[in-house]
Design a binder for this molecule. Structure first.
Ligand code: DGT
Ligand code: MG
Ligand code: MG
Length: 293
């Protein structure tokens, strides 16, 4: 191949390959969604249409990228998880992040009219997302990351639910409600909701309290009881990430992943049960399709 005199510029490119054998989390977040949610009159504190739209776009991203094993969404953010064995784009951070951000944004905008038929998108207020990739070395770290996001969802939702009740139903000014909630703990907010507004927070919709988990569905496995060689994180003595899969095995898994249905659930991902019943997520393998024996 002939080299042009300009080719030296390639040497300026920086390597951004992510550490091998680690979980890759790409978190995207809506840019200026505070303003966007006002512009398109999202309901407060939660707009079901907005959350369903986020989830629908995330489902399309998982369908597009079979290498993704799970995703978790809350508010205007979504975390997409690649398994340690993932070799997509030679694990180059820039390629992974930009592909996820643009695929997500494309679907979000394409699907917008189905969720907001009476408020079409109009420049200059158009949805866009930023994104970053972070690697985590162990399944425990990954699960702690996911737990962190779900705890954040709970804390913010309890606060927002109480705040907007005080404003919308209690007639308080924003600043008054903010002041009144300063220094309160969860039980105080639960009490305000119950005593002043007759709301039992436990009965609020799961999607608001727990956020949304997106993953490929196979046959659920029974919760394991008794001792196994797995610890609470589902991590085995030899992490699956270190067993190199052959190219043919990888291709086979990819095909099976494309066959599986991508589902959205609003469940606890902090406790072990979610991960134990869906071992294919942490193992990076595939489960049994519902029709298989
Ligand atoms: P950023 O991310 O730094 O560009 O700025 P924002 O404005 O996107 O802030 P962020 O991501 O910290 O917070 C998300 C904003 O999106 C927050 O102000 C509330 C808004 N939002 C998200 N989901 C809903 C919803 O369902 N209803 C309403 N009313 N607002 C929502
Ligand atoms: Mg944002
Ligand atoms: Mg956000």
């Amino acid at each position: 191949m002939a080299n042009s005199k300009y080719e030296y510029v390639k040497a300026f490119e920086q390597d951004d390959t992510l550490l091998p054998n680690t979980w890759i989390v790409v978190r995207i977040d809506g840019r200026g969604f505070h303003k966007l949610s006002d512009r398109y009159a999202f309901e407060k504190p939660n707009d079901r249409r907005a959350l369903d739209l986020m989830n629908a776009a995330a489902v399309e991203v998982l369908k597009d990228l079979p290498e993704l094993v799970v995703a978790y969404g809350v508010s205007d953010e979504f975390s997409f998880v690649f398994h340690p064995s993932c070799e997509l784009f030679e694990r180059r951070s820039g390629k992974l992040v930009t592909t996820i951000v643009s695929t997500f944004t494309a679907h979000y905008i394409y699907l917008w009219p189905s969720y907001f038929p009476s408020t079409p998108l109009q420049p200059p207020s158009l949805p866009s997302f930023d994104g970053r990739a972070v690697v985590y070395p162990t399944s425990r770290n990954l699960r702690d990351y996911m737990s962190w996001r779900q705890v954040d969802c709970h804390i913010n939702n309890l606060y927002n639910t109480t705040f907007w009740m005080m404003v919308l139903r209690g007639g308080m000014r924003n600043t008054e409600a903010e002041e009144a909630l300063k220094g309160t703990v969860s039980s105080d907010k639960n009490e305000i909701l119950f005593k002043r507004f007759g709301i039992n927070y436990n009965n609020e919709e799961e999607i608001y309290k727990k956020g949304s988990v997106v993953f490929r569905q196979y046959q659920l496995e029974e919760k394991k009881t008794g001792g196994t060689d797995q610890d609470a994180t589902g991590e085995q003595d030899t992490p699956a990430s270190q067993e190199k899969l052959s190219k043919t095995q990888q291709e086979k898994f990819k095909k099976l992943r494309r066959k599986a249905q991508v589902v959205v659930e609003h469940v606890d991902i902090i406790k072990d049960e979610f991960w134990e019943r869906r071992p294919w997520i942490l193992s990076g393998r595939v489960g049994k399709l519902p029709t298989e024996a």
